[in-house]
Design a protein around this ligand. Structure first.
Ligand code: UGA
Length: 436
């Protein structure tokens, strides 16, 4: 069986590598020369645990990487995993997926088999039927559901666990008309993931499932962050005990209740904005989703208030930000709350020094010489007047009193409560813990 994957980001590269190690003939297409160059050498273009190993195995088997769409000819399945980034108004940018659809269509034109095209890219309801399908039909001169299949197949993997989630997805959604193409796809996924439930539905519902899923995750985070803010005003209260307790109620569930500086990354903020924008266009109300977004927007202000309360003005104060990636185990800083925090600190004329085990290089692309970068945790807090733990990298769990001795003023703001059990000789604030 021959499978093509168009777009080699987190989703596409993990999928292409996984499928190749399963023995399929896989073609991975990406138009970024630098990225392809790295992948061909067996290097992941971004940091993602276990992906490089999987990729190297795949390259030894049947994974071919190219920018040449003609290689997708005669594929049984073609996965579309290109990005759908955010436009200024919050809607999604369709130019990449439209271009990919056109190139795919031109290269299935004339092919003898009947390929199945699966759209994994996140798109708002109606996009597949109104935008992608006409491009595919026009440029391939073939008819959907007769000469090729077209299925919505939203993705739920998380960065940092991309390989695990690709190998063991918790759910597979297939959206499209009930045709032999849908049946073939169902069988294909069953053979790959025999224990994973499969939900079959129509295009629009499949597209909306993805937004409902991500906006519900965002909702849980904003909810717990709002409760955390209340905790900070209730002496000795502790958000982690609250999250643990309510998480034991099976109707609530214990995941995604970690209070912090707000959610970042390339997905939750973008998808929330896109569904709000979409709701507005359909004339439906999105009061609730707006509130989820508003809570997320104001979470960083609480950190600035704590610093101001303790240090007075931030001008020329040396402030250390620990962790820039939007979560641990990734070097991805897109929409990271740390970026928002650093911008605010710079606006307040603070001297900012940052540390991150993986994303210093990416951070330099944004701030250049406006801030300082430290390769070691120890150096990053030397003479610092405030330390803010933004991302829960494991190495920050080892911060102790002997390390703090090097600070000029021992002010610690722990946005992830990873030091809350330690008796720190410091002015210690944690998101979600009420002071005495
Ligand atoms: C998210 C979804 O979790 C995936 O299911 C989805 O497939 C993906 O978006 C996507 O649409 O592609 P991801 O962006 O990798 O995955 O990140 P998450 O693990 O969801 O974390 C997002 C943000 O929420 C991070 O900044 C994280 O620190 C924050 N978060 C998460 C919390 O503050 N508290 C929590 O309890 C959980």
């Amino acid at each position: 069986m021959k499978i093509s994957v168009v777009g080699l980001g987190f989703v596409g590269l993990s999928l292409a590598s996984f499928l190749a190690t399963k023995g399929f003939n896989v073609i991975g297409i990406d138009n970024n020369d630098e990225k392809r160059g790295k992948i061909i050498q067996g290097q992941s273009p971004f940091f993602e645990p276990r992906l490089q190993n999987l990729l190297r195995k795949a390259l030894k088997m049947k994974l071919e990487i190219s920018d040449d769409f003609s290689l997708i000819k005669d594929s049984d399945f073609i996965f579309v995993t290109v990005g759908t980034p955010q436009k200024e108004d919050g809607s999604i940018e369709l130019s990449f997926i439209k271009k990919a659809a056109k190139s795919i269509a031109k290269n299935i034109n004339g092919g003898k088999n009947k390929p199945i095209i699966l759209i994994k890219s996140t798109v708002v309801p109606g996009t597949i039927e109104n935008n992608i399908m006409p491009i595919l039909e026009k440029n391939s001169k073939k008819q959907v559901d007769k000469e090729f299949g077209l299925i919505s197949n939203p993705e739920f993997l998380q960065e940092g666990s991309a390989v695990k989630n690709t190998k063991y997805p918790h759910l597979i959604v297939l959206g499209g008309s009930s045709t032999k193409f849908l049946e073939k796809t169902n069988k294909f996924f069953l053979s790959l993931h025999p224990n994973t439930p499969i939900i079959k539905t129509n295009y629009q519902t499949a597209e909306l499932i993805k937004y409902a899923n991500n906006s519900f995750l965002a909702t849980k985070i904003s909810f717990i962050n709002q409760i955390a803010n209340i905790c900070e005003r209730v002496p000795n209260s502790n958000i982690d005990d609250i999250a643990k307790a309510i998480g034991m109620d099976p109707r609530i569930g214990n995941l995604f209740l970690n209070a912090g500086p707000g959610f970042g990354g390339s997905c939750l903020p973008k998808d929330l904005k896109a569904i709000i924008n979409f709701a507005k266009k359909t004339g439906s109300d999105s009061t609730f989703l707006n509130a989820v977004e508003d809570v997320n927007k104001t979470q960083i202000n609480n950190i600035i208030s704590i610093i101001k309360k303790s240090l007075g003005t931030l001008e020329r104060k040396r402030i250390t930000v620990l962790g820039i990636s939007f979560k641990p185990n990734t070097d991805d800083i897109r929409e990271s709350k740390s970026i928002e925090l650093i911008k605010k600190l710079i606006n307040n004329k603070a001297n900012v020094i940052v540390h991150d085990p993986k994303s210093q290089k990416n951070t330099y692309q944004i701030f250049g010489n406006k801030i300082e970068y430290s390769d070691t945790l120890v150096d990053s807090i030397k003479k610092s007047q405030c330390m803010i733990i933004m991302t829960e990298w494991n190495e920050y769990r080892d911060i102790n009193n002997s390390l703090l001795k090097n600070m000029k003023k021992k002010l610690v703001i722990d946005c992830r409560r990873i030091l809350s059990d330690q008796k720190l000789d410091a002015e210690y604030y944690a998101i979600g813990i009420g002071k005495d």
